[in-house]
Design a protein around this ligand. Sequence first.
Ligand code: URA
Length: 235
Amino acid sequence: MKENKMRLDRFLAAATGCSRAQAAQWVRAGRVRVGESIAREPSRHVTDGEGVWLDEAPLRVEGPRYFLLHKPAGYVCSHRDEGGHLSALRLLDVPRREDLHFAGRLDADTTGLVLLTDDGAWSHRISAPRRACVKVYRAELAEPLVAGAETALAEGLMLHGETRPTRPARLERLSPTLVRLFIDEGRYHQVKRMFAALGNRVLHLHREQVGSLTLEQTPQPGQWRVLCESERDGV
Ligand code: URA
C-alpha cells in the first residue's frame, strides 16, 4: 500500500495556518520535532504515522484544535466584524478558522487571554459554572476602590437586573485604582458590572489567566499559539 507523506513545511502550514516561510524558520530554529528527533530540513517528508511537535505541542492536520490568543483592544470575539471592529478570528491565520469558537468572550475594548477551539465539550468545561474555572482580570479603575470591596466581593454582589448574587470573588489591590480580580463564572460584562455595583468604573480591563493558562509565552497583543495536550487537559 502507498504510504502518505508530506513535506514538513507543508505539514506545519496545514496544521497551524502559518506560511511555509514561517514554517521553515521554525524548523531552522530547532523548534520542530519529528518523532524523537529535532527536524533540521523544512523539505524533509513526514509520513502518516510520524508525530510532529512545535515547541513540544503536538500538531495534527485534522482533529480538534486548541488555540490561545492574546487579544488586542478593538477586536470582537465574534465570527463577524461588528460595530466597526474586526473579528478576533482574523488574527488567527489558520485553515478553517470559521469552524473555531471562543471559549469565553472578551469585550471589544478588553485585552488579554482568549481561548479558541472547535471542541465544544472542552469549551463547555471551561465555561460551565459547575467546573469553577478561575479567570483572572487586571482592572484599571476610574476611582480609588472603596474600603470593604474585598468583603463585598467575597460575599457576592447583586448585579443590576439579576436575581442571583455573583459567586465569591477574590480581589488583590495593586494600587488605589489598579486591582486584580479572580472570578470563576462568566456573566455578560461581569467584571465591569461588578465594579459598577461597587460604585466604580473600569477604564481598562485585561484578562491575565484562564485556569492554569497565562500569557507568558504570548506577551504581545495579537500573538497566538497552539496549546499542547497537557495544557488543554489541565486548564
Ligand atoms: N467582564 C467584562 O466586563 N468584560 C470582559 O471583557 C470580560 C469580563
